[in-house]
Design a protein around this ligand. Structure first.
Ligand code: AMP
Ligand code: MG
Length: 399
């Protein structure tokens, strides 16, 4: 039997880093920047007002109250602003360029709001409500370092600096292919002996959630030729194929039957759920091959295998600095039994106030609704067969 770590190394070794691509901002969310982003303009690009009010010279508002003629009106976006005449005020809006010569912004609330002349009752010091040029970013500064994960604020600053595209590690393209003659597509009528296909949508969602690109091939019947044809069709367009089902010890194990001797190693991994696993480079034709990971068919096994092996490997290939889920160690609320010699991954519910974790449902690998109700996985080491309430366990936060 393989250890979890041994199998994880095999899977990680199948994937190479995805290449850099220039992607539009909207497509870069969740991806990793491959080059430093260097500002080519100052931010703000010009000195402007932080308030609606009046731009004046400090010397003209030393004696208060004072009434000044309004010499110009400057809304945001005005580009022909002239210098401020001494002894006058310019009515100015938030984001509008400061007229040269003005050094003080008096908010409209401190005035009578006049249009041709304004009475100023009080005034802040010079520079208070003024945004200076380059105060946020100076031209030439590294605004986002290579390796940054692009989220909404990073999109915001890139857009503010005028970038429409970003160089990022492109999404890994993954085909999810589930097998099983008993499977029926959700939305269609269910016949006797049939169940709805849930692994492909679940795995595809897990893949999409980490910024990779998932396509789903409608489940393939337990037929070796049909499976090989599906793999052949897909191999050209994807970086990785993930199958579910057909790898355990029974008869009609279509994935095992179709892939044995074609570059895939099937192994038992010392874990529960998820013991039957397979991985390798599938020889498509000639010297062409594509990485394949074959997951077990039981829905919870399939998902746990994704969390343990695929999610970190895909994140690593896409350049993510942190590839694992956040991990905490907290005490159990109740006792847990676990098989000897296997690492058990149980569904859990974390009480963030009490700082404890409760097992959520039993260990059965068909208990999908309990997986859906869980917010974490509890990891029980190979050597632990029984843990009492209060024992500290490793917990992976699913989010
Ligand atoms: P297998 O690994 O193909 O022997 O499947 C193990 C168990 O998981 C069987 O009960 C299957 O019906 C079920 N199963 C396999 N694939 C799926 C799937 N894509 N969606 C839901 N259940 C599945
Ligand atoms: Mg099957």
């Amino acid at each position: 039997m393989r250890t979890v770590e041994e199998h994880a190394v095999v899977i990680a070794g199948l994937l190479i880093p995805t290449p850099t691509e220039m992607l539009p901002l909207a497509d870069a969310v969740g991806l990793v920047l491959t080059d430093d982003l260097i500002a080519t303009i100052d931010l703000p690009p010009f000195a402007n007002s932080a308030m609606d009010g009046y731009a004046v010279m400090a010397k003209d508002v030393r004696q208060l109250p004072v009434t000044l003629p309004v010499s110009q009106d400057i809304p945001a976006g005005r580009t022909d602003t002239g210098p401020l005449a001494p002894g006058t005020a310019a009515r100015i809006m938030t984001g509008a360029p400061m007229p040269p010569g003005a050094d003080t912004i008096v908010q409209v609330e401190r005035t009578d709001g006049g249009v041709s002349a304004v009475r100023i009752d009080s005034a802040p010091g010079p520079g208070v409500h003024l945004r200076t040029r380059g105060e946020d970013v100076l031209t030439g500064a590294v605004v986002l370092a290579a390796g940054t994960v692009i989220g909404p604020p990073q999109i915001g600053v890139a857009a503010a600096l005028g970038f429409a595209e970003l160089p990022v590690r492109r999404p890994l393209r993954v085909l999810v292919l589930s097998t099983g003659t008993e499977l029926v597509e959700p939305g269609k009528p269910l016949g006797p002996g049939q169940i709805y296909e849930s692994n492909a949508p679940m795995l595809a969602a897990g893949i999409t959630a980490i910024g990779a690109n998932a396509t789903v091939e409608h489940f393939v019947a337990d037929d070796v030729d049909q499976l090989r044809q599906a793999l052949y069709r897909a191999a050209e367009h994807v970086d990785l194929i993930v199958t579910s089902g057909g790898v355990s010890a029974g008869a009609y194990e279509v994935v095992k039957d179709a892939l044995t001797g074609r570059g895939i190693e099937f192994a038992k991994v010392a874990m529960q759920p998820g013991m039957p696993q397979g991985a390798g480079r599938y020889a498509v034709a000639g010297d062409r091959s594509v990485p394949i990971v074959t997951l077990p068919g039981n829905p919870v096994s399939s998902y746990v295998s994704f969390e343990v092996f695929l999610r970190p490997a895909i994140r690593a290939a896409m350049g993510h600095p942190d590839i694992t889920r956040p991990i905490v160690r907290v005490p159990l609320t109740t006792s847990i039994d676990s098989p000897a010699g296997k690492r058990q991954f149980r569904r859990g519910h974390l009480d963030t106030v009490a700082g404890t974790v409760a097992p959520w449902g039993g260990p059965g690998s068909h208990l999908l609704s309990w997986l859906a109700g869980a917010d974490c996985m509890i990891v029980i080491a190979e050597d632990d067969t029984h843990l009492e309430a209060g024992a500290e366990v490793e917990v992976w936060l699913l989010g």
